[in-house]
Ligand binder design. Structure first.
Ligand code: B12
Length: 322
């Protein structure tokens, strides 16, 4: 019997090579590709999704886990199609980032988590017009279309696609949207069938829309924490916290502060992201992989205090030295 718990753990830790080997070994033992996919990969990836939703894992870690998932899928894919596992897929998802928008990190995560949940996914990439969504829908016959937008100037194009596909032959397709500026209110306003605030909620939504899951509960955006979690606990006098800064090249992007009682993650003010974007554009690092390859956690450091307060102080310090 393959050690699926180990496979789940390796996937969680993003160990792509080990995943490839474990998947190949399980196949050599005579296990079916479908079983390995479900027990070894999907089960591991659903823990990643849950931990991402609850801020235990952050974007870089999820991307690394997703890459390991892809490595395992690479070994299984030819067998899955050969065995007709495609017919037992959760559903068919066509996804793209809308016209004028080059952001694809979030969309790629949604794709990988959806594949992880058993969907057949066709990703048409970034900067996609109504005509391209329509042509892809004609060819791929999706159950669901997912659109991603990260700019307030491009999110309005989602309505163009929804309205354009609101006609015979396409109106059975569920239209879903997501991206940082998107909200449930915006989804309702433009007539989308659903909105997902993060990759894990997106998958819950897709499963629900194909009749294979519970109605998704309202979710907080990834990164949003109930304010009280880190400060409500009574800490001993002289409490010491640890912290790490996530850098994009040498520019701070995010911060996490934790102790034995809890953890806070802080997205730095918008101007930090703006600086990073401008630098990335200058260097031509616009693809998801090229962009995220520049992210790294700084050294672990410590300070006295409680996480919320220390986080605020560090944000001020970073703000004043830039
Ligand atoms: C990375 C990044 C870039 C990279 C993109 C690399 C890439 N290949 O994706 C580069 C450097 C290219 C870039 C360029 C620009 N960027 Co930029 N960028 C970002 C940044 C820092 C992170 C975005 C990201 O990847 N987040 C992480 C992912 C995981 O989150 P996510 O995308 O929200 O996705 C999750 C959910 O939204 C959801 N989801 C996403 N899609 C979908 C789809 C469906 C169907 C569902 C259900 C769910 C779902 O699930 C995802 C996974 O959990 C943000 C700042 C920020 N903190 O958001 C700015 C940001 C989005 N960028 C911004 C700007 C202004 C730009 C530029 C215009 C910069 C400039 N001055 O030229 C250009 C525009 C280029 C273009 N035409 O698109 C602004 C947007 C402001 C606004 N409100 O419109 C932001 C907010 C930064 C800022 N504060 O100024 N950017």
């Amino acid at each position: 019997m393959p050690d699926y718990a180990l496979m789940n753990q390796c996937l969680y830790e993003g160990k792509a090579k080990e995943i490839e080997q474990l998947v190949a070994a399980a196949l050599a033992e005579g296990r079916s590709a479908q079983e390995i996919l479900t027990e070894g990969l999907i089960a591991g990836m659903s823990v990643v999704g849950e931990d991402f939703k609850h801020n235990i894992l952050y974007v870089p870690e999820v991307l690394i886990a997703a890459r390991a998932m892809k490595a395992g899928m690479g070994v299984l894919k030819p067998l899955l199609s050969a065995q007709g596992a495609v017919d037992s897929s959760a559903g068919r998802l066509l996804i793209g980032t809308v016209r004028g928008d080059l952001h694809d990190i979030g969309k790629n995560l949604v794709c990988m988590m959806a594949e992880g949940a058993g969907f057949i996914v066709k990703d048409i990439g970034v900067d996609q017009s109504l005509e391209k969504f329509t042509a892809a829908a004609d060819e791929f016959k999706p159950d669901i279309i997912g659109m991603s937008a990260l700019l307030t100037t491009t999110m309005t194009y989602m309505k163009t696609v929804i309205d354009g596909l609101d006609r015979p032959g396409y109106d059975h397709i569920k239209m879903t949207i997501g991206g940082a500026p998107i909200s449930q209110m915006f989804a309702d306003e433009i007539g989308a069938d659903g909105y997902g605030s993060d990759a894990s909620s997106a998958v819950d939504l897709f499963l629900y829309l194909v009749g294979k899951g519970e109605a998704p509960k309202a979710t907080l955006r990834a990164g949003v924490k109930p304010v009280a979690t880190a400060v409500a606990v009574a800490r001993p006098a002289g409490n010491v916290v640890k912290y790490q800064i996530l850098y994009w090249r040498d520019l701070p992007a995010s911060l996490k502060v934790w102790d034995d009682f809890g953890e806070v993650k802080v997205d730095l003010p918008a101007k930090f992201a703006e600086r990073i974007d401008l630098e990335a554009l200058k260097l031509g690092l616009t693809t998801g992989d090229a962009y995220t390859a520049q992210l790294r956690w700084g050294d672990e450091q410590s300070r006295p205090g409680v996480p919320e307060e220390v986080a605020q102080i560090i944000v001020k310090e970073l703000d004043s030295c830039r």
